[in-house]
Design a protein around this ligand. Structure first.
Ligand SMILES: O=C(O)CCC(=O)C(=O)O
Ligand SMILES: [Fe+2]
Length: 328
């Protein structure tokens, strides 16, 4: 498929213009709290307006309310914002675990896409068209692509494809759309802190082709230039566990710049929450003992999200010391 055939009106729309005159109470805590520890005050991150977009998809009866609500950031918060007790899904920020934490110079819209019965009823069905349809098509295509890539990895390790497929179970897919506004002092902030993805395979689209992604290679940060019509494939922690450390999950981060906003869309394909994840049985031998403890995928995701992003430290906490054949 052609990655550029993806239309991202939603993300582009939200990125376009800051909302002016937003009542103080609707400015998300992210913007109220200090983002960096510096004595130089920085302007706020622009607040993003989704109101125009939302008005496309509403019944006439709702329009009156909408007319009023749309003027205010609070409407979007209510409709798509992350909700207490509902995890990271929705619009907001991931990995905010304490008031003191240094926050990232980015907003995101995170949504579980497949299987459909796991979608949040207050979220997915309300995404305006045509964007909702685009997500449907895109997520189906990307699930197929992810499975093909994972099958090829299994083949490369001479592991029966079925072994790895079983470890994914039904497989869940989620998407994270990242919006990084320009920052007047980019050297003082981080768009996304260094981390490895917690799931299986990530297919990343650098949506507006602005540079910012960096990966850690041999101890140094290497920029990954966006290429037109190209995806970036990142391996997540789950695949490192399943392949018994033969494939490493990659540490990466996102930088921001002064001039241009940046948009990226990460699509994660991961084992379902109930799956017990461990190394594919045929990769564990006397000579190659298990490198990681087994863990339920659900438990791993909860632990992963409950921490600030910090390199590959969460995966490392599962390492079996004696079996550590590939120490970092
Ligand atoms: O914005 C990027 O290029 C990276 C995004 C990312 O690493 C993520 O969403 O997990
Ligand atoms: Fe990532």
């Amino acid at each position: 498929m052609e990655p550029t055939s993806l239309t991202v009106p939603f993300v582009q729309e939200i990125a376009k213009e800051p909302l002016t005159g937003v009542p103080e109470r609707y400015v998300r805590p992210h913007h109220e709290r200090p983002i960096i520890s510096t004595t130089t005050p920085l302007p706020q991150v622009p607040v993003i307006d989704l109101s125009k977009l939302l008005s496309q998809d509403f019944e006439e009866t709702e329009l009156e309310n909408l007319h009023y609500a749309c003027k205010e950031w609070g409407f979007f918060q209510k409709k798509f914002g992350q909700r207490e007790g509902e995890g990271v899904e929705g619009y907001g920020q991931a990995f905010v675990v304490s008031e003191e934490q240094k926050l990232e110079w980015a907003d995101m819209f995170f949504i579980l896409t497949l299987p459909p019965y796991l979608r949040k009823p207050y979220l997915f069905p309300h995404i305006p068209l045509p964007f909702r349809g685009d997500i449907e098509t895109y997520s189906a295509e990307l699930k197929n692509l992810a499975i093909q890539i994972i099958d090829l990895m299994a083949k490369a390790l001479t592991v029966d494809i079925k072994e790895i497929r079983e470890l994914f179970g039904e497989g869940i897919q989620s998407m994270r759309m990242n919006y990084y506004p320009p920052c007047p002092q980019p050297e003082l902030v981080m768009g996304l802190n260094p981390h490895s993805d917690g799931g299986g395979l990530t297919i990343l689209l650098q949506a507006n082709e602005v540079e910012g992604l960096q990966i850690k290679k041999d101890g140094s940060w290497v920029p990954i230039k966006p290429l037109p019509n190209a995806f970036i494939i990142n391996l997540g922690d789950m695949l490192e566990i399943m392949t018994n450390g033969n494939y490493r999950s990659i540490e990466h981060r996102a930088k921001v710049n002064t001039e241009r906003e940046r948009l990226s869309i990460a699509t994660f394909y991961s084992p379902g929450k109930d799956v017990i994840v461990g190394a594919a049985p045929s990769l564990v031998t006397q000579k190659t003992p298990a490198v990681f403890k087994t863990i339920s995928a659900g438990e791993y995701y909860s632990g992963y999200l409950a921490r600030e992003l910090r390199g590959r430290s969460y995966l490392d906490s599962l390492r079996i010391q004696n079996g550590d054949k590939k120490s970092c």
